[in-house]
Design a protein around this ligand. Structure first.
Ligand SMILES: NC(=O)c1ccc[n+]([C@@H]2O[C@H](COP(=O)([O-])OP(=O)(O)OC[C@H]3O[C@@H](n4cnc5c(N)ncnc54)[C@H](OP(=O)(O)O)[C@@H]3O)[C@@H](O)[C@H]2O)c1
Length: 251
């Protein structure tokens, strides 16, 4: 999957305007989920924006109580999004109604119908990832996990690199707290950029695809500008060495 380097997280967005603005400013990957209760808003933002649908990567996630009704639930998501396919369909978490054989086989069948381009996973740890590969005979199209300066689960990154699929970082701005992290502020000051840009540039330097959520035009533009930042290896190491303790979304 050709996944843009920076995507837009939409959790908490209940207005199509920032979605439309993001697309018009250059975002090409939009991340929603059934549990965010905003698929219709995201779909409306897409419909309003002057962009070819084929140039967008639209991702949604099946919530844990929908994993035993994959086909029906995906069709409901498509109706809310007002789209005829999604590019990435995630298992949001491997829990609840998740059954590796039944859920993953249903997802592969759905992909064969063309309603879904690629099957991805979220919050999967190594054992879940290995089971995915056993069942479908291939790695997921992406694994989306929490990853930011205060929470760095490197085994998942190693797995993604080994099997050559993208690791998507959620909460890449530490939930809006990047400016409170000393090493991130130090790197930002050295480069004349914001702490948020430093966090995103650090992820990009590691080959991770962040999906920062932003509401205002200023934040949307500033986050996308992180693509132009080149950190030095010493900057990357400084942030790597932050004490890694603060998981925002534990199970
Ligand atoms: N798969 C999962 O289980 C899972 C779990 C959590 C999140 N996610 C996904 O990941 C996305 C991002 O994660 P997140 O929303 O938790 O946190 P985040 O992206 O780390 O942080 C979002 C916060 O940062 C603020 N912000 C954005 N750009 C900024 C900037 N340039 N300067 C200062 N503040 C800025 C936002 O404020 P404004 O809104 O005011 O701009 C918002 O309060 C979600 O939207 C969702 O799509 C997935």
């Amino acid at each position: 999957m050709d996944l843009p380097q920076i995507g837009l997280g939409t959790m908490g967005l209940d207005d199509p305007e920032p979605i439309e603005t993001a697309i018009e400013r250059g975002y090409r990957h939009l991340d929603t989920a059934q549990i965010y209760d905003n698929e219709a808003v995201v779909g409306e933002g897409i419909a309003r924006a002057a962009v070819d649908r084929n140039d967008l990567v639209v991702a949604t996630k099946l919530w844990i109580d929908q994993l035993d009704r994959v086909c029906e639930s995906t069709i409901e998501s498509l109706e809310r999004l007002d789209l005829d396919r999604v590019d990435l369909l995630y298992v949001h978490r491997p829990t609840g109604a998740y059954d590796p054989e039944r859920t993953l086989t249903a997802l592969a069948d759905l992909r064969a119908t063309g309603l879904v381009d690629a099957v991805a996973v979220s919050n999967f740890e190594l054992d879940n990832l290995e089971r995915f590969i056993d069942v479908l005979g291939e790695p997921p199209a992406a694994n989306q996990i929490e990853y930011h300066p205060l929470f760095q689960p490197t085994p998942a990154l190693d797995h993604a690199r080994k099997h050559d699929y993208p690791l998507v970082a959620y909460s890449p701005l530490s939930g809006g707290r990047a400016g409170d992290i000393d090493s991130v502020v130090e790197v930002a000051t050295r480069h004349g950029i914001t702490p948020e840009q430093a966090s995103l540039a650090w992820l990009l330097a590691k080959g991770i695809r962040p999906i920062p959520k932003a509401s205002s035009r200023r934040h949307l533009e500033s986050n996308l500008a992180a693509l132009d930042v080149a950190l030095d290896p010493a900057d990357v190491t400084l942030i790597d060495e932050i004490e890694q303790t603060r998981e925002l979304f534990p199970d």
